[in-house]
Design a protein around this ligand. Structure first.
Ligand SMILES: Nc1ncnc2c1ncn2[C@@H]1O[C@H](COP(=O)(O)OP(=O)(O)OP(=O)(O)O)[C@@H](O)[C@H]1O
Ligand SMILES: O=P(O)(O)OC[C@H]1O[C@H](OP(=O)(O)OP(=O)(O)O)[C@H](O)[C@@H]1O
Ligand SMILES: [Mg+2]
Length: 285
């Protein structure tokens, strides 16, 4: 049975459960459940604090886990990213009151509050900056107002939390992060879990593709086919079928959903008609 760690709370937990559900895995019904078994897929899910997941996975007790890339790096655990999942995207940045700091060099001799002590301490050491780090569990934006630190290092998505606290980012982003699937670093291909791990990854990749692509169908004149196919190259190559009306073909190809409207306009311009898009519910590439 494959043993998988899933975030039990916080920003990662809802989207992770949704993705697993879309991939056909049974998920818990109540937020208080800490472990469930999906007998059909032979998977056991453990609902753990996102911050602890890399530690469980690196210990080898659990085969794989879903966590944040920043949490993995912060933990220093011996685990690696095997699949980025495209949600919980954020950057990790320094921030302070406007006018207090403009670059990382301004941190020398100052105090930085953060929930990600591992990332911050390493970044400061790499840059040769001597600053003290205060660990706080959350709501670190308030640390400046309350005088616990002059600078914070925190997760930034929209920047709303910083603005509300009257703070501004400065310096280069320390790192970018998103939700990821992780596995212990020394896992080998002859690991008994390997086939199940690969099947799990294929399923999640299928969900990612279904979320980012749509299926496009249209009719066009044979003379326009090459131009049309250049607009919709598909993944391998589009399917082209003859129509009953001579001189016309039907074309079918996957296209990135973000570009679907522009591609439909361009196809119309070159004379394609009956242009349709449909959602992809699941897929194996
Ligand atoms: N507002 C946000 N937008 C995108 N990702 C976020 C956001 N806040 C946290 N994350 C990401 O979620 C992960 C942290 O999850 P965690 O559950 O520890 O914290 P949280 O979501 O802030 O929950 P809480 O603070 O309630 O415990 C990290 O990978 C972080 O980058
Ligand atoms: O840039 P934004 O869109 O505002 O998002 C970033 C904020 O979201 C998270 O906070 P959360 O609400 O999880 O509270 P916390 O600080 O206590 O973790 C994170 O720690 C930032 O504070
Ligand atoms: Mg938080």
């Amino acid at each position: 049975m494959l043993r998988i760690a899933v975030p039990n709370k916080g920003s990662l937990s809802g989207p992770a459960a949704e993705m697993l559900h879309e991939a056909g895995y049974q998920q818990r019904r109540e937020a208080k459940e800490l472990r469930i078994v999906d007998p059909v897929n032979e998977v056991e899910f453990f609902y753990l604090r996102p911050r602890d997941i890399a530690i469980y996975v690196s210990s080898g007790r659990l085969d794989i886990g879903i966590t944040g890339e920043d949490l993995l790096i912060d933990s220093g655990a011996d685990a690696e990213v095997i699949l980025p999942l495209g949600f919980a995207r954020s950057t990790f940045r320094f921030a302070a009151r406007p006018g207090t700091a403009t670059s990382i060099a301004d941190l020398a001799g100052r105090t930085v509050a953060t929930s990600y002590e591992g990332i911050v301490a390493k970044h400061l050491a790499d840059q040769g900056i001597g600053a003290s780090v205060v660990h706080l569990d959350g709501a670190v934006e308030t640390a400046i107002q309350l005088g616990v630190a002059e600078v914070i290092a925190d997760v930034v998505e929209t920047g709303t939390s910083l603005r509300n606290a009257g703070l501004e980012v400065f310096g280069e982003p320390i790192m970018k992060s998103e939700a990821v699937v992780i596995r212990r670093t020394d896992a080998t291909a002859d690991d008994g879990a390997e086939p199940k791990v690969q099947q799990f990854l294929r399923r999640l990749q299928g969900v990612l593709v279904a979320r980012t692509y749509v299926m496009m169908d249209y009719d066009c004149r044979v003379e326009q086919l090459e131009k049309a196919v250049a607009l919709t190259p598909g993944l391998e190559s589009p399917t082209v079928s003859p129509l009953h009306n001579e001189g016309w073909v039907a074309v079918r190809a996957m296209v990135p959903s973000k570009e679907a409207q522009r591609i439909m306009d361009d196809l119309y311009e070159i004379g394609a008609r009956a242009i349709l898009t449909t959602a992809i519910h699941a897929c194996r590439l």
